[in-house]
Design a protein around this ligand. Sequence first.
Ligand code: ADP
Ligand code: ZN
Length: 748
Amino acid sequence: MADRPANCGGLAEAPFEARDRVRVLLPLPLPAALDYRVSPGETAPEPGRFVRVTLGPRQLIGVVWQGEPDELAAERLKPITEVLPAPPLPAELCHFIDRVAAYTLSPPGMVLSMAMRSEAALLPPTPRRVCAITAAGTVALAESPPSKRLTPGRRRVLEALRDRPAASIAETARAVGVGAAVVRGLIAAGLVAEHLAPAVLPRIEHPDWKTAGPVLSPAQAKAARRLVERVETSGFHVTVLDGVTGSGKTETYFAAIAMALARGKQVLVLLPEIALSAQWLERFRRRFGANPVEWHSDIGQTQRRDAWRAVADGRARVVVGARSALFLPFPELGLIVVDEEHDLSYKQEDGVCYQARDMAVLRASLAEVPIVLVSATPSLETVVNASRGRYERVHLPERHGVATLPAVSLIDMRKERLAPGRFLSPPLVAAVTETLETGEQALLFLNRRGYAPLTLCRACGHRFQCPNCTAWLVEHRFTGRLLCHHCGYSVNVPPFCPECLAAGTLVPCGPGVERLSEEVAERFPAARTALMVSDALPGPRAAAELAEAMAEHRYDVLIGTQIVAKGHHFPMLTLVGVVDADLGLGGGDLRAAERTFQLLHQVGGRAGRVERPGRVLIQTYMPEHPVMQALAGGERDRFLEAEAAQRRAAHLPPFARMAALIVSGNDAESADFAARALARAAPHVPDVTVLGPAPAPLAILRGRHRRRLLVQAERSVNLQAVLREWLAKVRFAGSVRLQVDIDPYSFL
Ligand code: ADP
Ligand code: ZN
């Protein structure tokens, strides 16, 4: 409280007017923006400006916000310490932040913090210390006969500084191949001087919209024209680009990007798991002759700072990013593309729970720009919006060129005899053999990391469970550890059972990709196999290299989890085997069927993308299940209709609204107590049903005991208003926390 800047002391008595105070939103979980004082004589900073202010003992950066000031007495207000030189947040983004906060019931400051991921970007670029040759240095260099003061190393440094652009001591020394001490010696001798030079902003390549893309097929051209027209006329509009895998959706929306660039607009492309999208980046580079600016969790601090600045000052023309890129400060946004719009990774489940695809539509509407939602398996939400006429649907029904869609068949696992510890059925083995004999590639898909999902003791039945979560530990044989996939807890695989102390009795149950790769190695010893799974690859580059090796046919069989399903284009891949198609259907998730269909359709879509026809074999214990029938019959639309009818009948999204309220505490009692209190305060409002409390499916997660209430409401209900009123009545004590998830996806 004591650190008010000296220049503001003694001014507290001056009379205040409304313009003498501004609202400042801080990136903290506070309920609202706070008032701060503008020093007399200064003009109030505009909304959107970044300012430094004091909060308690801390100096923080916040944003001047629109809104009604508090009632707080003027003399109790703290002053704005500093107005930062960074470009202000666009009004449209501030509005977006408010709307996201209201929709998700999150503190607006927490949403703002997503738009302030790089504090360094808000500060002026720091000047660099560089060295230059002095007049005395030039003279010394020119002396004839050569001056004895100049050793060969010193002479090389002076020559370098004479001929090349200014550089730091270290850079200069490195360029010449001497130690930094040599350069320092020259500075001491007055032959070189150091001075401050303005920071150089990193060069951002400009994508060239004029380079021609491939010649589009008539269907692609028609679709592209629709997208391009929307960009030309601008204004908010949602188009669903719905095309089968390999139909050229990417080429088609590239045309819309080119138009946005031609009109001098910025473009945002959202991709799921951008870190794994090396092939997309490569295609973009080939088409536009430049790299887009990347924004995702794998970029470092410096890259993040540079990217944020480049977006804010308009140097970045195309940004490709994960969901958080939605909060970047585009001043000239002209188009948003959400690729694989159905993808689950668009849903953020912690902190601010939001669905990035839906919020992208909101941002497009506030920015009054068109948005394209792209998928081969659009989400039911999107399909329903299209059928209601809110979204326009543009369809690409065929694969590009001579490629055809793969033939899908089911393998009824109830009829197959498999030896214990084996997971590939005879028909699938035969198909892999055949594929390898014809010199083609196969992909085996199993959406389960590790060696085995459960380890138990044959002698006493002991199962290895995570101490922090309601979950089994998964054996990872490469690392020799048992790992919790929810909290990351891990232990070495013990040499004997911790319960009965018997040795050699621990057995793996069920398959993970590591175990599957053992079986493949045994069955197809001559095949070159690779395992594509996030935890076996050290980073995005390794994933990209593996995908490239596969595309170049340096492998015959690829085994992988869902990271193989997305976007990859492997020309020689003609067989996809789904090892356990039923995996995603368990559990109480209302979207389980939809999601399984999307994932398996997507992974099947990797087969036969060029001339050679592909096939997909699906191992399932539930061949009659509508998902399996739809996959085998290629009847996506019929499946979606049936799925929609069921959801409508059950009053589930997208035909109703839903929210999850998750109460968590350090122990079961406090969680139960708080959940019951919350339930007692539940509103009695028509068309709103409150279910629970019940233990969340993962009742204990990261050591926290969780109880869940589900709120179901008709679409006519303002669910947020109901929740806000309800939650205002409840106070939680101690360790108890409440998380609100509007439109929850995974019911962990
Ligand atoms: P999708 O995004 O629908 O899966 P892509 O855009 O990835 O489809 O296209 C599939 C493959 O076909 C890619 O290798 C792409 O380069 C190629 N392709 C698509 N359209 C064309 C075209 N008009 N001319 C040449 N190649 C094309
Ligand atoms: Zn755990």
